[in-house]
Write a protein that binds this ligand. Sequence first.
Ligand code: 13P
Length: 331
Amino acid sequence: MTDLVAIARSLFVSGKGLLAADESVHTATKRLASYGIDTSEEMRRQYRDLFLSMPHVEDYLSGVILFEETLKQKASDKKLFPNSLSARGIAPGIKVDGGTEPFPESSDEFITKGLLGLSDRLAVFKKQGAVFTKWRGVIKIEGDILPSSQAIHENMKRLANYAKEVQTAGMVPILEPEVLLQGNHSIIRAKAVLQETLGTLFSVLEEYSVDRAGVVLKTAMALTGSDSSKKDTPEEVAEATLEVLMETVPRQIAGIVFLSGGQDPDEATDNLAAITKRAKDVSAPWPLTFSYARALQKEALEVWKGKPENIEAARAVFLERLKKVSAAATL
Ligand code: 13P
């Protein structure tokens, strides 16, 4: 087994998953403001520390996706965050895309940037301790019109380019083609878009000769759009999601992690539990786990409010959610 494959597989330990703590400065500022917290570099350090320095977090997390600002900051044990995580057996990863820009060929769609200068940045991140990376593309559903196949194709091509560069640099790429939850679409439409997206991704990865055994897929679940009044049952979500994954995802990849995408924490937990069960029933060939940001952080942020006196209570809430999500990912 190559080092890359070993690192990729090490993210899939029964009962553990990933915390996505890779909000950009812009997103972190907006996220904290929505809980009434003013932001600054130090406040963002405290925000990361709330989660990453919680006692026993290593019992539930195999990896954490960081943002570059955090690589250079120190945890409360006085170690740099990547070193502090590694010392506790948690793999540090890094978001390497540069966010989205409008897609010139279809003005309502977005394409992810960040390939320019990527190999130089990867060399720096590797020195700073990152062992895996993440790149997110976004696929927006609007009725039967969007996404366009051009936007899907361009986003998947960039993901494949990214994956190739990351493997060459000796790190594991997490590929996140996020089919967005926002919209009024049915679960059937979400399923069709997920199918086209993942089908395109894996055929482009083959064209680019990316080593499939050394990649991790990060995907959305197939869900009815968040503007619709219809609520899916966890069993409906699990059935639709597994059907697409079984048809499109090669058995050789190291594993699949799910994003929460704006589902509330209970929904994201219950849907994951149903997916785990369904995956077993259909003998899915890859390990599955979580890589949540909002669904893991939301309740703790509501309690923390940026105040040192609330850290303990906020961590208790975070630990409780982490235990539930971890149980949902365990067969
Ligand atoms: P959410 O779980 O909030 O969707 O975030 C996951 C992520 O990594 C988004 O890029």
